[in-house]
Design a binder for this molecule. Structure first.
Ligand code: N7H
Length: 523
């Protein structure tokens, strides 16, 4: 039985062991994904031993990110010439089983990882656009019969440095004979016209949970910098809108969060023990139909008195394109709010947001309109994407705000494909999002958010589907807008989905020593 720990002293994170993209995040303008399969196990191990020293740790990524932030703060702009190139690696269940044993691979405590994404796709309501019974029949990567053993992630500020790293990291004949085979690769890139925005035009990567844990033996050197002096009640925040979550929610071997009290819960025993410091990675290649989305928003807005396409888009997402939350900017976008990191995530759904009390040395942000309580979804509809996937302080069908903490994921996505020239005209070009997220339970985190909430018309709260990512058997989704101060409901129905899975997989991202000393050794 897990037990609550009395003193919530935060654990020391094994910064040399945990891969860097999990807790620190690469956040680079270029990110290449490579999918590989093993042909010969000794050659696979030789390759893994060769590249193990080039897999970037939390320590490395976090130190660079801190230096970069400091340089940007003093310069007032991104420091030119500060370039880093990083790599991380993860294994599917078949890949892990080939390098260890089926028994060891089954030790990863997650049923969905064990069966793999193709076996879960129909349950997630993925559909084959070609009408085949297997939703993954036309996937570019990761469909039935095409599951890679390895997913390698290479990220860099510089495309030429990224290509050099790719040359170094790719299997070559020196690892062989029978070196691992590259079966797919694709580059993700920040939009050159709108950095940080995804293809529908919205700012992405705004709201991330704050992971508890220390980087250093000194008691107060935390992974997630603390900006708030204190928070009333049991829910603690690192900065406004960023709740602190025990690291076991994202990395194996650390305390996780009790879903009823939010207290830390001791980590269970891991078998095999080398799962320690590992994490589960979900990859979804999500193709976006930008023209379809744009047309729907325009046509639907024209049926609602006083509505504009921009405002309706913001209501579907819960944020304006700038990232400004509709709860603090109900009628029109406030771009300065969207880019204000201490305010753009500062809102709750059932209570007025308390005025933040910042720690000494933190310069309070410029004031913006306050975030009022909106328990009934009059300002931010219940079915808005950000409300469906994170109900914050509002009770869900599964529990209260502490349960919701246990559903959080660390998103590490990046767009792929070129931006659309005219968002209203379909140009037939393949573009979308390489959606990546880390957690320690795919079942309780990614799948709960996608399946139980986004795909449902009445969970976590009644009010419609998530029309950004929600999937239904006939692709039609309903979205409820409350008007006349809640006296009437306007129901919108989408004719189709604009986000379609076209690849992906469930992977285990091991610790750096497990990669080198377990997966990379043996016959
Ligand atoms: Fe979402 N979008 O552009 O509309 N997402 N998302 N997402 N998403 C978020 O806070 C988007 C997808 C989450 O804590 C924002 O970063 C698109 C999947 C979560 O307030 C925007 C796609 C899943 C959050 C988008 C996509 C999630 C979030 C607001 C697919 C999980 C944080 C900016 C192409 C199953 C919510 C931000 C919070 C935010 C969009 C996919 C989950 C703009 C286009 C598959 C947890």
């Amino acid at each position: 039985m897990p037990r609550a720990i009395r003193s919530p002293r935060e654990p020391l994170l094994d910064v040399k062991e945990i891969q860097g993209n999990i807790l620190a995040g690469f956040n680079k303008d270029q990110q290449l994904l490579l999918a590989l399969t093993f042909r010969d196990i000794p050659a696979a191990r030789r390759w893994l031993r060769r590249i193990a020293g080039q897999i970037s740790s939390l320590e490395l990524v976090n130190e660079f990110n801190s230096l970069f932030r400091k340089a940007r703060a003093s310069l007032g702009s991104d420091p030119a010439g500060m370039i880093a190139t990083w790599a991380n690696i993860a294994f599917s269940h078949p890949g892990l089983a080939k390098l260890t044993s089926v028994e060891d691979a089954n030790g990863v405590p997650d049923g969905s990882f064990q069966v793999g994404l193709p076996a879960r796709a129909a349950t997630l309501r993925d559909q084959d656009p070609g009408g085949s019974a297997d939703p993954t029949a036309h996937w570019k990567i990761g469909g039935t019969g095409n599951v890679p053993d390895v997913l390698l992630i290479i990220a860099s500020d510089s495309i030429s440095e990224l290509r050099k790293a790719e040359d170094r990291l790719r299997p070559n004949s020196g690892d062989g004979p029978g070196e691992p085979q590259l079966i797919w690769e694709e580059l993700g890139q920040t939009r050159p016209d709108l950095p940080g925005h995804e293809h529908f035009g919205f700012k992405d990567g705004v709201s991330q949970p704050g992971v508890r844990g220390r980087l250093h033996a000194k008691p107060d050197v935390f992974l997630t910098r603390r900006k708030l002096a204190h928070a009333a009640g049991k829910m603690q925040f690192a900065k406004p809108g960023q709740p602190l979550i025990w690291p076991g929610q994202f990395v194996f071997g650390y305390q996780s969060t009790d879903r009823e009290t939010g207290d830390p819960v001791e980590a269970g025993k891991l078998k095999p023990a080398w799962l320690m410091n590992g994490s589960l990675l979900v990859f979804r290649r999500l193709q976006q139909n930008v023209a379809g989305f744009t047309r729907f928003v325009k046509d639907a807005a024209s049926t609602i008195p006083g509505m504009t396409p921009e405002r309706l888009g913001a209501l579907l997402v819960g944020r304006w394109k700038s990232g400004a939350p509709v709860l603090r900017a109900a009628d029109h976008d406030l771009p300065a709010l969207g880019t204000s990191p201490l305010v753009n995530n500062d809102f709750l759904f059932t209570a007025n947001s308390p005025p933040p009390v910042f720690l000494p040395g933190i310069r309070p942000p410029k004031p913006f309109p306050e975030a009022p309580a909106d328990a009934h979804g009059l300002i931010c509809p219940h079915a808005a994407h950000i409300r469906k996937v994170n109900p914050r302080d509002q009770d869900s069908d599964l529990g209260d705000q502490f349960d919701t903490l246990t559903r959080r994921i660390l998103r590490r996505g990046i767009p792929y494909g070129p931006p659309i020239h005219d968002p209203a005209t379909d140009d037939g070009v393949d573009r979308g999002l390489h959606f990546l997220c880390y957690q320690t339970s795919i079942e309780q985190q990614f799948e709960t958010v996608q399946l139980d909430w986004a795909n449902s018309p009445n969970k976590p709260t009644v009010g419609g589907h998530d029309v950004i990512i929600g999937q239904t058997s006939d692709q039609r989704r309903a979205f409820e807008l409350l008007t006349n101060a809640g006296a009437s409901t306007q129901k919108l129905t989408t004719p189709t989905q604009w986000v379609t899975p076209t690849g992906g997989g469930y992977f285990f991202a091991p610790s750096i020593s497990a990669l080198r000393d377990v997966l990379g050794v043996g016959s």
